[in-house]
Design a binder for this molecule. Structure first.
Ligand SMILES: Cc1ncc(COP(=O)(O)O)c(C=O)c1O
Length: 401
């Protein structure tokens, strides 16, 4: 049986068959910092019931039917208004493609843009969900190193020049400018302007994934690269997974109307779940999203500050970590000689789990790094988990010296 299948897989199928995916099912006694899952207690269950009642009362039968992939009304329209208000993105309903989560949109992007052998630039480190999709599509990802101010356009320019001198033109640059996954950092205003300029001047397509834009803890929001660019060379991706519910599977791409229409023709499905879209449309129009986002910012800021205090209190000298001002993630750097992937089995044994940094690079970097997600855990779990991580780091350091 297995042998027969090994002859059937496509290039992509063979790659998928060889990867493992950690389970999301909680394990008794194990504190997992693995997944950027939203806080379960704040999910708007009752409001979703209210939304479903509204659809039934108003005979929104179209929500249960096949629909055109891009609508001039409903969620497309509500998102256009949200994008104008929150992100200062000026887009019409027909420039918005609602997808099955942002991941569904990014997967369609891969189908539409990547041919095997293509090169893609990405933040270094970058969300492995996206870079795995690029890899499965046959692209090579080259990471451009981030620092505390995010992605530096000068480094991107240098990398572009280097590649172009070898005759290689990257298909696009994938970047997460706001509360980056996994690093938790935010790209500064100057750098956003520089990236927009690079997109305009060099015709480099930027894929701006702003999954965490709405989850800022404090301070002024920063303009998107999309809104800073003169247009045409930036595709903006957002999601309702982090602010309403991941189970709705709703994300969106914003781009030129003809590009959106071509993306639509790349699929035979209607790209998104019509019923979820109708529930979310009600949620956005009722003004509940704005109130909920305020609550979520407080919830995640509290968790994040609690984790930063625990790291400060527990971690041995020589360790450092980013100080996120939003989002779900914090990026830890271990002292010289430590290896986060090698330390993981002992950590799991001691009851704590994280994602080693090497998974977020395509070239083996990130050995001394690990990603911690604080979003789904309560304060007790954070305290316990960080104390266990600190003890295991000390043990690894004593072996390393
Ligand atoms: C940066 C980033 N983009 C996209 C996604 C995918 O979100 P969705 O649930 O909308 O597919 C995630 C989820 O973890 C993410 O961290």
């Amino acid at each position: 049986m297995v042998e027969q299948w090994s002859d059937r897989w496509s290039r992509r199928g063979r790659m998928a068959a060889s990867v493992t995916r950690p389970s999301r099912t909680p394990v008794e006694g194990l504190v997992s910092f693995n997944y950027g899952d939203p806080d379960a207690d704040s999910l708007p269950l009752n409001e979703m019931v209210e939304a479903a009642e509204y659809l039934a009362e108003n005979r929104r039968v179209d929500a249960l039917g096949y629909q055109d992939p891009v609508r001039g009304d409903e969620l497309n329209e509500a998102l256009a208004e949200k994008l104008r208000r929150d992100q200062e993105i000026d887009a019409t309903a027909s420039e918005i493609l609602v997808t099955t989560g942002a991941a569904g949109g990014l997967s369609l992007l891969c189908d539409m843009l990547i041919d095997p052998g293509d090169v893609v630039l990405a933040d270094g480190p970058a969300w492995m969900g996206a870079t795995n999709m690029f890899r499965l599509s046959g692209a090579e990802t080259i990471n451009v190193e981030l620092d505390d101010d995010g992605l530096d356009p000068a480094l991107v320019r240098t990398k572009l020049d280097e590649l172009e001198s070898q005759g290689t033109r990257p298909k696009f640059l994938y970047t997460i400018p706001t509360f980056q996954n996994p690093a938790g950092v935010e790209t500064s205003l100057e750098r956003r302007k520089g990236l927009a300029q690079l997109a305009d001047e060099r015709g480099l397509l930027m894929v701006e994934d702003d999954a965490y834009f709405d989850l800022r803890f404090s301070g002024e929001k920063k303009p998107t690269i999309y809104s800073l660019s003169r247009g045409g060379n930036v595709l903006f991706f957002g999601t309702l997974s982090k602010t309403i519910a991941a189970g709705l599977r709703l994300g969106y791409m914003v781009g030129p109307e003809d590009v959106v229409q071509t993306f639509v023709r790349g699929r035979v499905d209607s790209l998104r779940n019509s019923y979820s879209a109708a529930l979310a449309d009600w949620y956005l129009r009722s003004g509940k999203l704005q109130t909920h986002m305020e609550e979520l910012r407080e919830i995640y800021a509290k968790k994040c500050h609690h984790m930063l205090a625990a790291l400060e209190r527990e971690m041995p000298e020589g360790c450092s970590w980013t100080k996120p001002n939003g989002g779900f993630f914090c990026w830890v750097t271990l002292p010289e000689g430590c290896n986060a992937a090698e330390m993981l089995p002992q950590c799991v044994e001691a009851g704590v789990q994280y994602i080693p940094g090497t998974g977020f690079y395509s070239d083996g970097r990130g050995e001394r790094n690990l990603r911690l997600s604080f979003s789904a855990l309560n304060e007790d779990q954070i305290d316990t988990g960080i104390a266990r991580l600190a003890a295991q780091t000390r043990a690894a350091m004593s072996v390393a010296t």
